[in-house]
Design a protein around this ligand. Structure first.
Ligand SMILES: N[C@@H](CCC(=O)N[C@@H](CS)C(=O)NCC(=O)O)C(=O)O
Length: 216
């Protein structure tokens, strides 16, 4: 049985190429693991059967011969354990790759989310305009700390790992702004990820699966 990812058959334009099953598709492509995608409508993902896979009614979910999982970070880590393409072979290297994936989730994304809430989902609202400068400052400061670590390096550690995959995916979610594309260190770092053939295949596959209609 091929691993199955559960994804969406429709997303708003700004989310296309960003929906988080992309992270899982990318990991599977890097690992050379063939998979199938089960792409659902918004109403299908809210139904009882799917909530048994993903209690929050979100994508992605994942199933292979060993396990059913949700949470894109957990799924990417599970896949990474299967492939030297995503994890070094030594225990310390593995631990540091896991550390970076968790850093992306817990030390970078919490600075991205409030900012996106303001600029994407609540643009123009008085409260959003009032909070924007502080949210932007916090984000820029945190990105600066990451950039200082990456200065002079191609990847977070000696070679590309699942930690980079996840970090790059988080950073590229800022692609409607110039915080990454205009950054002298983070821009090239994310571009290095987006240039990987596995990323390109994953992105093309997600885009090709958007064949559905908006929720009615
Ligand atoms: N922490 C979860 C977040 C999943 C998530 O936010 N999924 C979004 C798509 S990127 C979703 O399903 N949104 C639709 C909804 O929440 O109804 C993960 O990383 O898997």
């Amino acid at each position: 049985m091929k691993p199955t990812i559960y994804a969406l058959n429709w997303a708003p334009d700004f989310a296309k190429g960003q929906v988080r099953d992309l992270r899982v598709r990318w990991a599977l492509e890097e690992a050379g693991i063939d998979y199938q995608a089960n792409c659902m409508s918004f109403s299908e993902k809210a139904q009882h059967d799917y909530l048994a896979r993903q209690p929050f009614g979100q994508v992605p979910a994942y199933e292979d011969e060993e396990v059913q999982l949700f949470e894109s970070g957990a799924i990417v880590l599970h896949i990474a354990e299967k492939s030297d393409a995503l994890m070094p072979t030594d225990p310390a290297g593995k631990a540091r790759a896991r550390m970076w994936l968790i850093a992306a989730l817990s030390s970078i994304e919490p600075f991205i989310f409030p900012y996106q809430d303001i600029i994407l989902f609540n643009a123009g609202e008085d409260w959003a305009e009032a909070r924007k400068p502080e949210a932007e400052k916090r984000l820029v400061d945190r990105l600066g700390q990451l950039a200082a670590w990456l200065d002079g390096k191609d990847y977070l550690e000696d070679c590309f790992t699942a930690g980079d995959l996840y970090m790059m995916a988080c950073l590229r979610s800022l692609d409607t702004t110039d915080h990454i594309s205009g950054h002298s260190i983070l821009g090239p770092y994310v571009a290095r990820g987006e240039a990987r053939p596995a990323f390109k295949r994953a992105l093309a596959a997600q885009m090709a699966d958007f064949t559905g209609s908006p929720p009615g």
